[in-house]
Design a protein around this ligand. Sequence first.
Ligand code: TPP
Length: 326
Amino acid sequence: MSDFKTLPVEPNLLIEMYRRMLTIRFFEEAIFDVYRKGWMPGLAHLSDGQEATPVGVCMALRPDDTITSTHRGHGHIIAKGGQVEPMMAEVMGKVTGYCRGKGGEMHIADVSLGILGANGIVGGGLGIATGSAFTAKREGKGRVSVAFFGDGAVNQGLWYETANIAVLWKLPLIYVCENNQYTEFTYWKNLTAGEGLVARAQAMGMPGIEVDGNDVVAVYQAARQLVEAARRGEGPATLVCHTIRYGGHHVGDPGTAYRTKEEMDEWRKKDSIQRCERLLVESGIFSPQDIETTRSEIEARIQNAVQKARQDPFPPVEEVSEHVYA
Ligand SMILES: Cc1ncc(C[n+]2csc(CCOP(=O)(O)OP(=O)(O)O)c2C)c(N)n1
């Protein structure tokens, strides 16, 4: 039976991690379905396979901490508390969406939850996160700012410029690199000179940790350590999480031209959600029936969100130039 003392995290925290990871997985599966049915404009960039990283990091944050996201941002938003109903409406371009249907799947934001926006520009969130960390430092309430980005953003100039100022000014900023192995269609080592981002962070004078990005507890523990140091005023830090996206770069890419079946089979053995389910059951927190009940409940909520968004109206034409900045 259960022995919670041997568990690396509180049972309720593990359950919440599981629920958020499952919500991300099912939400993204639903988006793929919505895309195939022609119910949404444009493409979608899915992150199924990567769920443990945003959830592990965001569970180490306070509600008033801020995050910036990427073009592959649904997971970050759900992990920080974003709601699936306005997200699904936004994906379909409906007026009930987070950005009144004008942002689409790649530009979801909810400032009230500290979500400063997903971003189509690779590395674009880094500057916004630095500004937020600067504000947090001036306010002096111990808030931190997290910038999520992919392995492709590691070589963008903005990382160097912001890391320099963040170290000099000891800003409470955590750089979280989700290394899903491929920058679009190119293996990350073919694009990144040297030992990688942790070595670069250390060269800039900030601590860096690498973790198994498919192990939600490991991500949480590493993130907590770095976030608490940042809250104490010790300055920025870097966390590199190694993971994989199961799908292609976007919904139109099968992802098979540049990755082998063997490689993907190995990653699937390390699936974050299955690992969390095993941990929940083996520690006696959940029965197999509890797992099934949770899965059905979350799946139903997401299917309801799809059905509701289908019925919702598009924004009226009169507001075409409202809520947009240029
Ligand atoms: C500044 C900029 N350059 C190029 C692109 C085109 N682009 C979109 S996604 C992408 C790859 C990003 O790779 P990575 O950061 O590793 O994230 P992943 O897609 O693997 O999650 C590129 C090059 C862009 N959106 N912005």
